[in-house]
Design a protein around this ligand. Structure first.
Ligand code: E4P
Length: 287
């Protein structure tokens, strides 16, 4: 059962519908799910096929992704399912947008994930104009989050998520949790059209502290949700602190949200690396 005072929506981060079913059974609720090319490449059906020496044509693989997403959507009909377009360093906005349109038609409750790079922001801005819902992924800086805000102005409530990645910043010695806190603080001065979806959650500490600081959405791997359930789905008390364990703090920046998206610095090494890894994992499945 959903804890009575839980405000945050809880999503599963994964590409296996069996885990979706299991976690709904354990928690008694689930508000949505995020997928990405790497997570889909770990789907047991895909692993099986590869182990038997099989690969997929590009259209078979897309069909597989669609079927996975449809199964998940049917289990969380009132929630949101994030579906990610293929994007590498040379993918133009047009191409990502047309994939996004197709994916948006797969299920009634999709948010389309575009990478937070110039072409992804262009695609998202046009997608919003076409009344699609988007989730801007691979966000690693407050100025990228400001660009997301600017690129999606005019969107309806609930139509735009931004996914700042905690764990990958932690991996390189920066406290990713600060990016969540800073983005939430920056958006306080906005109109509320972008919701922070805390991503790249690697520990129960990440999960609980993101709850404490009021992230509207958290996506979390299966094992961490199970750990939360094992602890009785306790909500963090006012005394919960976060121990960054030697990670460098990320300072808050005063950023005015009234600019055009092109005005904000949006390049980030981890965004490029993340796109490269997602596209490699996807391409490794194709014959
Ligand atoms: C979010 O939507 C992403 O799928 C995810 O949280 C990435 O997490 P990772 O950094 O553990 O791969």
């Amino acid at each position: 059962m959903r804890p009575e005072h839980l405000q945050t929506r809880i999503f599963l981060d994964g590409g296996n519908p069996d885990e979706t079913r299991e976690i709904i059974g354990i928690l008694g609720f689930l508000d949505g799910q995020t997928t990405n090319p790497t997570l889909i490449s770990k789907n047991p059906g895909i692993r099986d096929h590869l182990q038997k020496g099989g690969k997929f044509s590009a259209s078979e693989l897309l069909g597989y992704y669609r079927d996975v997403v449809k199964k998940i959507s049917a289990m969380i009909p009132g929630g949101s399912i994030s579906v990610e377009v293929y994007g590498d360093a040379s993918s133009p906005a047009d191409q990502m947008l047309s994939q996004g349109r197709e994916m948006f038609g797969w299920i009634p409750n999709a948010h389309i994930k575009f990478p937070t790079v110039a072409e992804g922001l262009k695609a998202a801005s046009r997608a919003i104009g076409e009344h699609m819902r988007v989730n801007m992924t691979l966000c690693f800086s407050q100025s990228q989050a400001a660009a997301v805000y600017a690129a999606t102005k005019g969107a309806g409530k609930g139509d735009v998520f931004v996914s700042p990645f905690i764990g990958r910043l932690d991996d390189r010695g920066e406290s990713g949790m600060d990016l969540i806190a800073n983005t939430l603080r920056m958006y306080e001065k906005g109109d509320g059209h972008v919701e922070v979806l805390t991503a790249s959650v690697r520990s129960i500490d990440h999960f609980l502290y993101a709850l404490k600081i009021g992230s509207p959405i958290i996506t979390s791997p299966f094992d961490i949700l199970k750990e939360w359930a094992a602890g009785g789905m306790a909500l963090p008390g006012a005394d919960l602190t976060y121990e960054p364990k030697g990670l460098r703090p990320i300072p808050f920046e005063e950023i005015d949200l009234s600019g055009k998206w092109q005005d904000y610095p949006i390049e980030h090494e981890l965004t490029s690396k993340g796109m490269e890894k997602f596209s490699q994992d996807w391409n490794s499945l194709i014959r």
